[in-house]
Design a protein around this ligand. Structure first.
Ligand SMILES: CCCCC/C=C/CC(=O)SCCNC(=O)CCNC(=O)[C@H](O)C(C)(C)COP(=O)(O)OP(=O)(O)OC[C@H]1O[C@@H](n2cnc3c(N)ncnc32)[C@H](O)[C@@H]1OP(=O)(O)O
Length: 396
């Protein structure tokens, strides 16, 4: 194992690592946050506290609760306080958020905390730059095209030459685009792909970018990023629609369980080849897929890597409706434009009513899946599969 990891590590490029810690404190909730994903020293933590005071925008209650929970977990460990009464809303929300972290180790909580602050800092920077309305953000995303018109914000994966594989930068960009869309004046948010693919999943070259801390550190950073990425979908407040224009692979399929509607071209396929890659499910699919399609069908996809046609995915409840490829764009966008005229507050509230009971569970599943994958990425099975793909010996 060490030999294989060493070989892979030598092939992998080196990159600089960002690491400062930041802390935010809002007088109302006394929430403390920390900066990016490396080891968080006390000094970093204190410097972050200072940075937080400079934040111009309140990040909102949901983020504050996540920050509160991570702070408590990082400093005191698992929640051992008695549960507040049902009418003690604020303390109960705080207790729920902390308790949902279960036995997450202090060190992991601290790093997660650091990462959350980092994303918060960048998202607040981006939300001040991003103007609501048409043509927004085209220059600021390298791997996405984000547009907004007719009440719809469209986030389009834009790496067609790599089949829209999601690079590390693209994960960050998608999180930023979703956070901006959650605050803009559109009523519906759509995710789609440019070119013949919807998305070929995680860019397998992501694992070639090894920080000075080595492959273990890389796995740790990746798990944090994955958890934050999926968390952004779990928390997305408006109707979120996937317009699946072509084949979808890996994480682009698993997160579909967190969308509110999935429209697919009849050219689309749905493939989660985790076992082939020495991996395990993410995107909350270990929970959402058995719920959506039943455990037996979910097993075929998530364990045996069965690729579904669009028709099969629709029959199993993962896809809302399938359209002929020749009329796909026209039919779907006509429909979405009509939906976008529905009262926005009503749609948001309905989504909350449908989804909120599940949120806590989904965050817990997400944390567990990310931590299992952190181990998987270091396994011989995964390293060999990644090497085979990168050295052009294997494809799906
Ligand atoms: C980091 C934290 C988060 C991690 C979350 C984990 C998620 C798990 C997953 O997402 S698992 C799924 C991973 N994806 C794959 O295994 C797909 C790999 N790609 C392929 O098997 C094939 O490329 C294909 C079947 C998608 C398409 O085959 P086709 O023959 O039509 O096209 P090419 O292979 O020639 O592709 C064109 C170029 O794009 C590159 N590419 C495609 N997909 C990926 C990818 N996922 N990662 C990296 N690169 C990808 C491909 O290598 C070609 O590049 P080249 O022109 O330089 O050869």
């Amino acid at each position: 194992m060490a030999g294989v990891a060493g070989r892979l590590a030598r092939r992998w490029c080196r990159s600089a690592v960002r690491s400062p810690l930041q802390v935010i404190s809002f007088p109302s909730l006394q929430l403390h946050l920390s900066g990016t994903a490396m080891r968080a020293s006390q000094e970093d933590f204190e410097s972050a506290m200072n940075q937080v005071k400079l934040l111009k925008k309140d990040p909102g209650n949901e983020v504050k609760l996540r920050l509160y929970a991570l702070y408590k977990q990082a400093t005191e460990g698992p929640c051992n306080m008695p549960k507040p009464g049902v009418f003690d809303f604020i303390n109960k929300a705080k207790w729920d958020a902390w308790n949902a972290l279960g036995s997450l180790p202090k060190e992991t909580a601290r790093q997660n905390y650091v990462d959350l602050v980092s994303s918060l800092t960048s998202s607040s920077e981006s939300s001040t730059q991003v103007k609501p309305g048409a043509d927004r953000g085209q220059q600021e995303y390298e791997n996405l095209v984000v547009t907004s018109e007719d009440g719809i914000t469209k986030i389009m994966f834009n790496r067609p030459t790599r089949k829209n594989a999601i690079s590390t930068q693209m994960y960050q960009e998608i999180m930023l685009a979703l956070k901006a869309a959650s605050k803009d004046d559109s009523t519906i948010t759509v995710v789609t792909g440019n070119g013949d693919y919807y998305c070929s999943g995680n860019d397998l070259a992501n694992f070639t970018d090894i920080p000075p801390g080595g492959v273990e550190e890389k796995a740790k950073q990746s798990a944090i990023m994955l958890r934050d990425f999926v968390g952004t979908f779990i928390d997305f407040p408006k109707p979120l629609v996937a317009v699946v224009n072509g084949p979808a692979v890996g994480i682009s399929v698993t997160i579909l369980g967190l969308f509110d509607a999935v429209y697919a071209s009849d050219r689309a396929t749905f493939h989660t080849p985790f076992s082939h890659l020495g991996l395990s499910p993410e995107g909350c699919a270990s929970y959402t897929f058995p719920k959506i399609m039943g455990p037996a069908k979910a097993t075929e996809m998530l364990i045996f890597g069965k690729k579904l046609t669009a028709g099969e995915a629709c029959a199993q409840g993962l896809v809302t409706e399938v359209f002929p490829d020749s009329t796909f764009q026209k039919e779907v966008w006509t429909r979405l434009k009509a939906y976008s005229k529905l009262p926005p507050n009503s749609m948001r509230i309905s989504k909350q009513v449908i989804r909120n009971m599940e949120k806590e569970k989904l965050h817990a599943v997400n944390a567990e899946e990310s931590s299992v994958l952190q181990e998987r990425w270091l396994s011989d099975e995964c390293i060999n599969a990644t090497m085979n793909f990168l050295s052009k010996k294997a494809k799906l």
